[in-house]
Write a protein that binds this ligand. Structure first.
Ligand SMILES: Nc1ncnc2c1ncn2[C@@H]1O[C@H](COP(=O)(O)OP(=O)(O)OP(=O)(O)O)[C@@H](O)[C@H]1O
Ligand SMILES: [Mg+2]
Length: 1078
């Protein structure tokens, strides 16, 4: 069931000022403040919405809110701008009534925001679809573009609209948007050249410089630094909470969505750049012969860049800043401009350029957003126009005059339409019309716009009049013509009333607007109204190659020279306001009155005086009075009955019959005085809010009783239901519990049975298992016995064939394997006869073979080794062998000789020329030649002799001369004696009776003793004709010197004489040789 709500529910203060009791300015403001403090920024006056600027974002614009207000009656929910938007949209869609939404209020009161909220609401609730969404998007995106070019930061508002805007949104019969048309009013173009302190130029300049890419800026010949441009105020260039760079991106994006071509955007930016450049052009005076100063461009760089940007010939523009052509009666005259005039011309050009660019933008946007379909459209107009503007200390000028005139007109249609609507409703509802007293401001409008003697008409007359025209002449004219007007005040007029009014300066006039008195300073009125741009300049602009520029200055076309003056600013404005008013009058008005709570642009502050001022000039209390003049409150019978039916037993809880009759019964029952209400066709009209509040009060009390009753019944019902539920639950729970208990019991029995069953089965199974195991064992035992038995049988059988021969074969094979392994193991032994290593014997039975093999192998490798010898080497080894046989273990000198090779010829007798003679004396080959010592018997000292040995004799020769001292044939040699020690002494004993014996034996010592003796022995062995020479080895022997026999005795460790043995004669028969100990 849909819950019926009302504006009257949970109201803070009163949601509709019409219900305010008592109604006066204070209570009005108190109510606003009360609601503002509770974040209720919207309040109604009937169908008018008052909107307080919260200066912070409130969570009341969410999609949920849109849904909440969608298709709900105006008074059903607490006041909201969405309620107004919804009402307007629905009556447009369902009742085919064109609507207009008029948003007024002073700068910063939130008009633009309100207009955007209305548009976004309508966009959210109207139809959907690709085409429709595109249209919506284009309509919404036109805002950022126009705001960038038409809004600026002012002292009152960081995003102040500096133009008036009226937008018609067109819908088809289904309520889907088709397109729109925007009209703009009076852009504040003076801002382009000069901004009041603390204010900025239009946003686009800052956005372009902050947000454009370096490349774009280079193309536009611009610098990012604001301070480079005279037209940009610097002290407030950066605004808190405003990101110019981001806004630039938004604007470019919006332009793209709206349908601007890339080239168009570029052209627009070029013109913006041109305005900045224009501001940088400066002039200097140049004296002329005629005594006048003529202006010249100071630094031509900016001029040059601007001309390049727009494709204007520099000299043409330069000339236009120095001369002016005046045409009169087909005659052309050229006059020079002084510096002040040049600056005036420059600024006029900049202002015109910018404002024309702005108008072009509006036209261009209109082109994009215009409705395509030719069918009849329903229209919703949204008017966001500058509110009433009053500057302190009479700083109001032409602009304020125009703005206030516009507001005056709006107020007029507000009154007209409100009253008309009221009247229409009375007629519709068949209620008797009571005349309402109100102030009609038509008289003020007349003062301003009257075609004969209105202020605007006189200003135009003054501007067009030949002769000297100044602001003062204009004021004079006003003073004479408007003197009698009750809303016009001036110090200089005939009306003596103001002669002594010092609050009214001489250069000012004052108008009593419906919203209060405003003092206008007359200075600049004529100029601003004329809005003069020298034709030379517009012609220069027309000559530009930049196509958009040419389009903006069509009057510069020399082919269309029009000597007629262009219409004045005032005239144009009056005309456009006239058109607007006509347009608005055809529509159903909806009002949003915006109020600014404080001057600081901050949240939560409510300045009474400021609000009071606005409430006063917006005529809001007046508005309530008008609204209440007849009946303060009206409501359809159905809603009224629905809301108050509980106040009467007959209508409660249901009234079966027409709603009107129900209301009648209800009101009679409640004893409401009959003069307090009137019955309309569909609505009940209540004269006083008090009556309504009494009804509300009674309703509240009744609701409390009803609430108690409902609570009582509800509690009873709840307890009963609860009890029944408990009871039902208990049955269910008990049933479930029983089931559960039985299930448990069953489960227990089941599991016990299973246990028992399993035990019995187990026992049975074990018995069977035991039995089976026993049987299995028996079977296995039998099988094993049988197998063994069979085995024995079979083996017995087979042994005959198998075992008899197999043993030997295996044995042979094993032995073979062992031998093979053994022989392979022997491979590791080396061929060196010196190598004593031999593998260990692997098996005991191989012992004999192992030793034999080792011996045989050794012999064999020795034989192999010997086989490699040459004959000489063989001889050497034979000698060595012989030496070993003679001396080994017999003489101590022997071991040291083993390693010395037997060289034989130590003297190199054949080669040495010293012994040539000796050599030739030798008949045979010398087998050995060495230096020996012949021991003298007398003193035991040795004298050196050469010792030569041939096959048949040995020779002793003088060492120096080589002369042969003795030559003894070997057969004469009987024996050789040597000691057992390590000395080199030897005695050559001759055979007694031989030819040589006469000389006596020789006692010699040599270093090569072993070799000499061996060779001697060998010759003896090999010669067939001789006996073997005896070799006597003992430490004492006799030597037969010529006559005597002398004993030679060897003592070990005798007196030291170096390392060699020393011989000493001891007595006649004893020579003692002491041999050093080894
Ligand atoms: N409903 C709102 N919710 C939150 N902030 C708001 C609301 N209305 C206005 N404001 C704030 O107040 C500022 C001024 O509002 P807005 O620009 O709409 O004023 P205006 O009446 O159009 O002024 P002007 O006449 O100078 O154009 C906004 O920039 C915004 O910060
Ligand atoms: Mg605005």
């Amino acid at each position: 069931m849909e819950v019926k709500t009302s504006l009257l529910d949970n109201m803070i203060g009163v949601g509709d000022m019409v219900l305010l009791e008592p109604l006066n300015e204070d209570s009005f403001i108190m109510n606003l403040r009360n609601r503002f403090d509770h974040n209720e920024i919207y309040t109604y006056i009937g169908s008018v919405v008052i909107s307080m600027n919260p200066y912070r974002s409130l969570p009341i614009y969410t999609p949920q809110k849109v849904e909440e207000y969608r298709n709900r009656n105006f008074y059903e929910l607490s006041p909201h701008i969405y309620a107004l938007a919804d009402e307007a949209y629905r009556s447009l869609r369902d009742q085919d009534k064109d609507q207009c939404i008029l948003i007024t209020g002073e700068s910063g009161a939130g008009k633009t925001e309100a207009s955007k909220l209305v548009m976004s609401y309508v966009a959210a609730v109207c139809g959907k679809g690709q085409e429709v969404n595109k249209v919506k998007e284009q309509l919404l995106q036109s805002n950022p573009v126009l705001e960038a070019f038409g809004n600026a930061k002012t002292m009152r508002n960081d995003n102040s609209s500096r133009f008036g805007k009226y937008m018609d949104i067109e819908f088809d019969f289904k309520g889907d948007p088709l397109g729109g048309v925007i009209s703009n009013y009076l852009l504040e173009k003076s801002r382009v050249c000069k901004q009041p302190r603390g204010e900025r130029n239009f946003h686009i300049f800052y956005q372009l410089l902050s947000g454009a890419s370096d490349d774009t800026l280079m193309k536009l010949k611009l610098d990012r630094d604001f301070s480079k441009y005279n037209y940009l105020s610097l002290d407030s260039a950066n605004v808190n909470g405003l990101d110019d760079a981001a806004s630039f991106r938004t604007v470019r994006n919006a332009m793209q969505i709206v349908g601007f071509m890339e080239a168009e955007v570029q052209s627009v930016l070029e013109l913006v750049a041109a305005v900045l450049k224009l501001g940088n052009i400066e002039f200097k005076p140049e004296s002329r012969v005629n005594g006048f100063d003529e202006s010249r461009v100071k630094d031509k760089n900016d001029l040059k860049e601007m001309c390049e940007l727009l494709g204007i010939e520099q000299s043409v523009l330069e000339r236009a800043f120095s001369y002016r052509t005046v045409e009169a009666k087909m005659e052309k005259m050229s006059t020079t401009l002084n510096v002040a005039q040049a600056y005036y011309a420059r600024d006029a050009l900049a202002k015109n350029l910018y404002s024309r660019l702005f108008s072009w933008l509006v036209t261009r946007i209109n082109e994009s957003i215009k409705a395509q379909a030719k069918t009849r459209h329903k229209v919703m107009g949204v008017l966001d126009i500058y509110g009433f503007e009053i500057f302190e200390e009479g700083d109001n000028s032409f602009e304020q005059f125009i703005i206030n005139y516009c507001n005056e007109k709006l107020q007029q249609i507000f009154i007209e339409l409100t009253l008309r609507e009221e009247q229409e409703e009375y007629i519709r509802e068949d209620i008797e019309w009571t005349n309402i007293e109100y102030f009609n401001n038509a008289v003020i409008c007349d003062l301003i716009e009257n075609n004969q003697n209105g202020i605007l008409a006189m200003l135009d007359e003054e501007c067009l009049r030949p002769g000297t025209v100044t602001d003062d002449t204009f004021l004079d004219k006003l003073n004479t013509i408007c003197a009698e007007h009750q809303h016009f005040e001036s110090r200089l007029n005939k009306n003596s009333k103001f002669l002594t009014d010092h609050s009214l300066p001489h250069s000012c006039f004052r108008i009593q607007h419906y919203a209060g008195k405003v003092l206008y300073r007359v200075e600049g009125f004529v100029d601003k109204n004329n809005d003069l741009l020298y034709r030379d300049l517009s012609q220069a602009m027309y000559k530009a190659t930049h196509s958009l520029m040419r389009q903006l200055f069509p009057e510069g076309n020399p082919a269309k020279v029009n000597l007629k003056r262009p219409p004045t600013a005032g005239f144009q404005f009056k005309a456009s306001v006239g058109v607007l008013m006509k347009n608005l009058q055809t529509k159903n008005p909806n009002y949003i009155r915006c109020i600014k709570p404080n001057d600081k642009k901050v949240a939560h502050i409510f300045t009474d005086s400021l609000v009071c001022h606005q409430v006063r000039y917006l005529g809001l209390v007046e508005n309530v009075r008008v609204r209440r003049a007849g009946y303060a409150f009206r409501q359809p019978y159905e809603s009224c009955l629905e809301r108050y039916k509980m106040l009467c037993k007959k209508t409660w809880p249901h009234w079966r019959g027409p709603a009107r009759d129900g209301v009648e019964v209800l009101l009679t029952d409640c004893s409401v005085p009959t003069e307090e209400f009137a019955y309309g066709r569909s609505k009940i009209f209540i004269r006083n809010p008090r009556t309504l509040f009494t009804l509300e009060e009674r309703r509240r009390a009744c609701l409390e009783d009803l609430a108690t009753l409902i609570q009582k019944i509800y509690r009873g019902w709840k307890s009963r239901t609860h009890f029944l539920l408990l009871k039902k639950s208990q049955v269910v729970v008990a049933a479930w519990y029983r089931r559960y208990a039985q299930q448990n019991k069953y489960q227990k029995i089941k599991s016990a049975t299973l246990v028992m069953q399993s035990f019995i089965r187990g026992w049975k199974a074990r018995n069977i298992l035991r039995q089976l195991k026993y049987e299995k064992r028996c079977k296995e035992a039998v099988t094993t016995i049988a197998a063994y038995w069979h085995g024995t049988q079979v083996r017995r059988e087979y042994r005959k064939f198998f075992r008899a021969n197999a043993g030997k074969k295996i044995y042979d094979f094993t032995i073979q394997r062992i031998m093979q392994k053994y022989f392979l193991g022997l491979k590791t032994t080396t061929m060196s006869p010196m190598d004593n290593s031999w593998p260990a014997k692997p098996y005991g039975f191989l012992e004999g073979a192992h030793t034999q093999l080792r011996r045989i192998f050794h012999l064999w490798r020795c034989k192999k080794y010997r086989g490699q010898f040459t004959e000489e080497k063989k001889a050497v080894y034979e000698e060595k062998l012989e030496a070993s046989e003679i001396f080994k273990d017999k003489k101590a000198l022997y071991p040291s000789s083993v390693s010395q090779p037997f060289k034989g010829d130590y003297l190199e007798i054949q080669k040495n020329p010293k012994y040539q003679k000796l050599n030739s004396a030798m008949e045979e080959k010398v087998l050995l030649a060495d230096l020996v010592n012949k021991i003298n018997r007398a003193n035991g000292k040795g004298s050196p002799r050469l010792f030569l040995l041939t096959k048949s004799n040995f020779v002793l020769a003088d060492q120096k001369t080589g002369q042969v001292k003795a030559s003894v044939p070997l057969p004469d040699l009987a024996s050789v004696s040597v000691s057992t020690q390590s000395d080199g002494f030897f005695a050559l004993k001759l055979k007694e009776g031989s030819a040589s014996a006469s000389k006596g034996d020789f006692l010699l010592s040599s270093e090569h003793l072993i070799e000499i003796i061996t060779k001697l022995h060998r010759i003896g062995t090999t010669a067939a004709d001789r006996d073997q020479i005896n070799i006597d080895i003992s430490d004492e022997f006799l030597v037969q010197f010529k006559q005597d026999k002398v004993c030679v005795k060897f003592i070990q460790g005798g007196p030291k004489n170096g390392n060699s043995a020393a011989c000493k004669r001891k007595n006649n028969r004893l020579l003692e040789v002491s041999v050093p100990s080894p």
